[in-house]
Design a protein around this ligand. Structure first.
Ligand code: IPT
Length: 956
């Protein structure tokens, strides 16, 4: 036992990786050797500092009967309702003074205790031994077994094994683990996420029989010219390798070449094999594939690949980064079902089982090391550990623990040194170590803009314009970099409503060979389930420093419901493109490896959005990259009457392991005959009564000209509207000056426009209301004229808008808004079923849709503009029918824009009686200004002269 002395706790601030752990080795889920999961209920005592308590708890016989209980794997700050401390969210700021390698005296320390017996069927441990494996502990741990100190370690998301066979007893084994929230290792783990201490991955006791396997390296390459695979398994312990399906039975270390089916993310063919040493049979899942840098491109099996990827942090709204297998599988299935083909494991190696799933279902993986020192940017990277030789052993230890653990996964095609760690010799040392150990994969690191240590040029959030320059090879940089392929390791910041403009990136990726795709930031919102707030984000736990909802920037919500961003991405990255004109469609196989045999094609024909006919479409077998023009059948009902279009869909032809037969992977629409816009003959004229003007079915306030009723329906507050509840992308990141629309909009008063009534004019066939809409303090404004006409039963409104003065900003939106009561169901003909904005509406499909008002809302964790349906021809709600000339954006919600704008959590929104409806002629695009480029010029809504009409009628 150690006593409480300064030296006994030195390890916490020691830059070395630790002591006592075994050398890293390949991870595998199970073998015929016995193993015992030590997950479950453990005893926990949390102390406010590192030395509040001594380590006597580790001794055998210690009575922890009055300690709390905690679930392992888990984070103690997410258990015990705050009794054990609370989560902290910072993006890149260290939540402690930057004083490396020192950490605060206030260093929450969780003493964990677990008592276990060996199962009766366990062998006698005098034969061989046993190891305890920790798959992940944040951020530093010291371990005792039965009172003996067996070592300490850092490297939170990396495995550590300790030999314990000599210490085990048949029963009553006491495993004591002291976990410190902060350590020298914390300086290397400044990822943009919650700081969550704890034993958050599995703890396992593994029997290691005499002659059992140690480390082994499965080399399985594929020669695309011969169709042969070559297998060689290098093993620290000699043995035999068998792969029955390939008739392989060779000694370890020996190569064998046989015809095989290759592994790719599209065709994830795995062969079951066994590595048999004297003492153990280890199951292997072998995928044959060759990764290389050739002709300046990342090639797999001789072909350049296009990454349609996402950055995945591990997240669960209740359990934090303690993910179970079902949740991991759900992530992989969601990715596959949304056409993704790649994952960057930002910014640390994931739970190892996740990579098994990537092998099995087929995803390209950039496996990233547990390294980020982003907070040093605040001091111009002075004292950055990656440029200080004292830290290099820890960096190499991290690289080695990742590579050794994950090297046998065919899905892993690229190693990444880490994220946002500046530059330095330590990174070079990591890259050299990795290149030396594994020549079969490429190395990535974004911070290395000259590609000194890496095999590709990688950037994050580069604008479309810059990406195009890189595509055209017109970027600068070193000679080496200019010969390398390019990836966007982060783009399309999925915070709140958005990301906008991803279709425009995809066009570039598909156009320029050098651009090999990208990875959306990021997969899931890290919202923490919270009893009062629904989901909590930064600041909700009273943190002294925090970065608010910047941690909620995923394609899926915390409950793993897809957000509109994921549906948009699915459409943008379809494996098949379906485009056409009039009577034919051009179908292109956009995959890199597979033909189209997995898909069945269906056509349907819509008249005014209703399907009147459908059938199947046969297609020639198309190789990757090939296209075919396919003639569509002549519809029986001809083309008369109404707006008509074809919809062609690609569906899974049979069940796969990730999606059922009939699952839609791609679609396209081909317009045939255009819509006739509604016309209303102005046969009625306005009639002045007592304080009221009537026109056809409608009544107006005689003084203000404001619409009051249409037939029996009350309408309130109809007027021009230009404001929207600002999105996270409108708000923009602090450091992205120049594209922060929200700040400018507020400065120029777009949220407080005044409406000056100029005149109410009763003409022979029209009621005309002239207004000027402008913000206090400024001279610019909009002349807005409302012209009302009627044919006796329908009411037509034409709004003419003329900008006056010099407009300094684009408009958030331009249309009318009004209140209706009693609206619940909404039916519309136009884009749907989900929301769509000018630069996020690739997935919006023209058809007939129906929803409740509540169903139209998108639950962004921080409430903001959401839920607009694009290209709407007509809509019906609350007894009112609206037809647009031209098409419009439709939004309806049970609160006002002002209430939506003021809310910070969804629980702030309370539904009122009135449904507020926006009919927008235009909406400003979404962009990715929360971290990246703003709205592209073609999607901006400039203040320009505009005219648009709506025809209203009461539904009979
Ligand atoms: C980039 C980080 O790599 C990522 O972890 C995340 O923080 C993202 O930004 C924003 O959500 S770094 C940024 C300075 C571009």
């Amino acid at each position: 036992m150690t006593s409480r002395t300064t030296t006994a706790i030195d390890y916490v601030e020691d830059v070395s990786p630790g002591s006592g752990a075994l050398p890293p080795r390949a991870w595998y889920p199970s073998s015929d050797a016995k193993s015992l999961s030590l997950n479950g209920s453990w005893r926990l005592r949390v102390s406010p500092t590192i030395d509040t308590e001594d380590d006597s708890f580790a001794a055998e016989g210690f009575d922890a009967g009055n300690w709390a209980e905690v679930t392992v794997p888990g984070h103690w700050v997410l258990q015990g309702d705050g009794a054990f401390g609370l989560p902290i969210y910072t993006n890149h700021l260290y939540p402690f003074p930057v004083d490396p390698p020192h950490v605060p005296t206030e260093n929450p320390t969780g003493d964990h205790l677990h008592v276990f017996d060996l199962p009766e069927d366990w062998p006698d441990l005098s034969d061989g031994g046993a190891v305890i494996r920790f798959d992940g502990v944040e951020s530093c741990a010291r371990v005792w077994l039965n009172g003996t100190d067996i070592g300490e370690f850092k490297g939170s998301r990396l495995p550590h094994e300790f030999a314990v066979g000599h210490l085990l007893k048949p029963s009553g084994n006491v495993l004591a683990v002291r976990v410190h929230q902060w350590s020298a290792g914390s300086y290397l783990e400044d990822q943009d996420q919650w700081w969550l201490p704890g034993i958050f991955r599995d703890v396992t006791l593994l029997h290691r029989p005499a002659g059992s396997a140690l480390d082994f390296f499965v080399h399985a390459s594929y020669d695309h010219l011969t169709g042969e695979g070559t297998l060689r398994v290098d093993s620290d312990v000699d043995g035999r390798v068998t792969v029955p399906a390939l008739d392989i039975d060779v000694p370890t270390g020996e190569s064998v070449t046989v015809p095989v089916e290759a592994w790719t993310a599209e065709t994830p063919k795995l062969y079951d094999g066994v590595l048999a040493t004297d003492g153990e049979r280890v199951p292997l899942r072998i995928g044959f594939r060759t990764v290389e840098l050739a002709d300046g491109l990342i090639k797999v099996n001789g072909k350049a690949v296009l990454f349609k990827g996402v950055n995945r942090h591990e997240w669960h709204p209740v359990n934090g980064r303690a993910l179970d297998l079902a949740t991991m599988r759900e992530d992989v299935l969601l990715m596959k079902r949304h056409n993704l083909n790649a994952v960057r494991t930002s910014h640390y190696p994931p739970h190892p089982a996740f990579l098994d799933l990537c092998d099995e279902y087929g995803l390209w993986v950039i496996d990233e090391c547990d390294l980020e020192t982003h907070g040093f940017t605040e001091q111009a990277w002075r004292d950055n550990p990656v440029d200080d030789d004292r830290w290099t052993p820890a960096l190499i230890d991290r690289a080695a623990r990742m590579v050794e653990r994950d090297k046998n996964h065919p899905s892993v095609v690229i190693w990444s040194l880490g994220n946002e760690a500046g530059t330095g010799r330590g990174l070079t040392a990591m890259a050299e170590w990795i290149h030396g150990r594994d020549t079969s994969r490429l190395v990535h690191y974004e911070g290395d803009w000259n590609s000194r240590d890496t095999d590709m040029y990688s950037r994050m959030y580069a604008s479309h314009g810059e990406v195009e320059q890189i595509g055209r090879e017109l970027d600068g940089g070193t000679h080496k970099r200019r010969e390398l392929p390019f990836i966007l390791c982060e783009y399309g910041h999925a915070m709140g409503n958005g990301p906008g403009g991803i279709a425009d990136y995809q066009e570039l990726f598909e156009k320029y060979e050098r651009l090999q795709g990208g990875f959306i930031w990021e997969w899931i919102d890290h919202g923490v389930r919270h009893p009062e707030l629904g989901y909590a984000y930064g600041g909700d736990f009273g943190e002294e420093l925090h970065d608010g909802n910047f941690v909620c920037d995923g394609l899926i919500f915390p409950d793993r419901q897809p957000s509109p961003g994921l549906l948009e991405f699915k459409k943008v990255i379809e494996p098949v493109s379906i485009e056409g004109a009039d009577t034919a469609v051009r179908i292109t196989n956009k995959q890199d490896f597979a033909d189209l045999s997995a898909f069945a094609f269906e056509w349907s024909y819509q008249v005014d959005g209703e399907t009147v006919e459908s059938g199947s479409l046969s297609l020639p077998a198309l190789a990757p990259g090939e296209s075919a023009d396919v003639k569509l059948p002549e519809p029986a009902d001809g083309r008369g009457g109404g707006e008509t279009r074809w919809t062609v869909r690609a569906l899974l032809a049979a069940d796969t392991n990730w999606g059922p037969k009939g699952h839609e992977v791609a679609w396209g629409q081909v317009p045939v005959t255009a819509r006739t816009v509604p016309s209303v003959a102005a046969t009625d004229g306005p009639v002045a009564g007592d304080g009221v003007i009537t026109l056809g079915p409608a009544s107006f306030d005689a003084r203000t000209g404001e619409l009051k009723t249409i037939g029996g329906l009350g309408v309130s507050g109809l007027r021009l509207d230009v404001w929207r509840a600002t999105t996270d992308n409108d708000e923009g990141a602090e450091w992205l000056t120049g594209i922060r629309s929200a700040e400018l909009w507020r400065k120029y008063g777009l949220h407080r426009m005044r409406h000056r009534l100029a005149s109410v004019e009763l003409g022979d066939d029209a009621l005309t209301v002239r207004t000027r809409v402008a913000p206090a303090a400024w001279e610019f404004g909009l002349a807005a004229v409302y012209r009302w006409t009627s044919d006796g039963s329908r009411l037509r409104l034409t709004v003419s808008v003329g900008p006056e003065g010099e407009w300094p900003v684009p408009l958030p939106r331009l249309g009318v808004r009004f209140g209706l009561t009693g609206a619940d169901t909404v039916k519309w003909y136009g884009g749907g079923p989900g929301e769509g904005y000018p630069d996020t509406k690739a997935a919006s499909r023209v058809g007939r849709w129906e929803s409740t008002v509540d169903g139209l809302q998108t639950p962004y964790l921080r409430p903001q503009e959401n839920g607009a349906r694009a290209d709407v021809r007509w809509a019906e709600l609350g007894g009112l029918r609206v037809e647009g000339d031209p098409e419009f954006f439709l939004t309806a919600r049970r609160w006002t824009t002002e209430q939506l704008d003021a809310a910070t959590h969804l629980t702030d929104l309370t539904a009122g009686e009135t449904v507020w409806v926006n009919l927008d002629h235009g909406i400003h695009g979404i962009g990715t200004g929360s971290c990246g480029p703003g709205v592209l010029p073609q999607y901006q809504l400039r203040a320009e002269p505009a005219e648009f009409s709506f025809v209203f009628s009461e539904i009979g």
